[in-house]
Design a protein. Structure first.
Length: 206
């Protein structure tokens, strides 16, 4: 079926720009973590979590990456709304991406990690729980719609959702001398979800 028939109001320039930024936001996040790993004194990237990099003198480095990734999640939500590929499950997924963007932004803005902050109402752990649940449900909800247009992308989304389901709970039981490395692994799963959808949207726009 021709692209114009599927999406009569498609804006190729918008899709290309948002897809590019979704990938770029993930890259900025990853690069900011790598830079902070070298800049922050006495930091052990295997034992210390990304949250530890988000507190203290050099917190702005990782904060830039966190905000860039939050914007990438929102860009993905906009793409999913512009190229709606499914039913209510897809709608849930795109709303979930927008909510994930807000959660990631709040994680960076609240600065409640790595420094034993106890001022006011500390919501960091609740944001983490919400992020963990949504990071499983969102790609799962969008896998069917994606598969209808690209079986490979649909399978990747389903695989990422299941990989997150079996991987994320392990983090809470890990010893503190390796949880930093494991958190980075979870971050790669989250970024892979964004990149997979961005690639799908770009493919449909050609």
């Amino acid at each position: 079926m021709a692209r114009a028939t599927l999406y009569p109001e498609i804006r190729p320039g918008l899709v290309s720009a948002l897809s590019l930024y979704a990938c770029l936001g993930c890259a900025i996040f990853a690069i900011s973590i790598l830079i902070a790993d070298f800049v922050v004194p006495d930091h052990d990237w295997i034992a210390d979590t990304i949250s530890d990099l988000g507190a203290g003198k050099y917190e702005f480095i990782v904060d830039i990456g966190i905000y860039a990734f939050a914007a990438a999640l929102i860009a993905t939500a906009l793409l999913a709304a512009h190229l709606h590929l499914g039913d209510r499950s897809w709608s849930f997924g795109l709303a979930g991406f927008a909510l994930l963007g807000l959660i990631v932004f709040l994680v960076g803005a609240r600065n409640e990690y790595g420094d034993a902050d106890q001022d006011g109402v500390v919501i960091h752990i609740y944001l983490v729980y919400a992020l963990g649940v949504l990071q499983f449900l969102v790609p799962l909800a969008m896998a069917k719609g994606a598969a209808a247009h690209s079986l490979v992308h649909g399978r990747i989304l389903l695989g990422l959702a299941l990989l997150w389901l079996v991987s994320a709970p392990v983090f809470f039981f890990l010893p503190t001398d390796v949880d930093g490395l494991y958190e980075r692994y979870l971050g790669l799963i989250a970024m892979a979800t964004v990149v997979t959808l961005a690639h799908l949207f770009r493919k449909l726009c050609r």
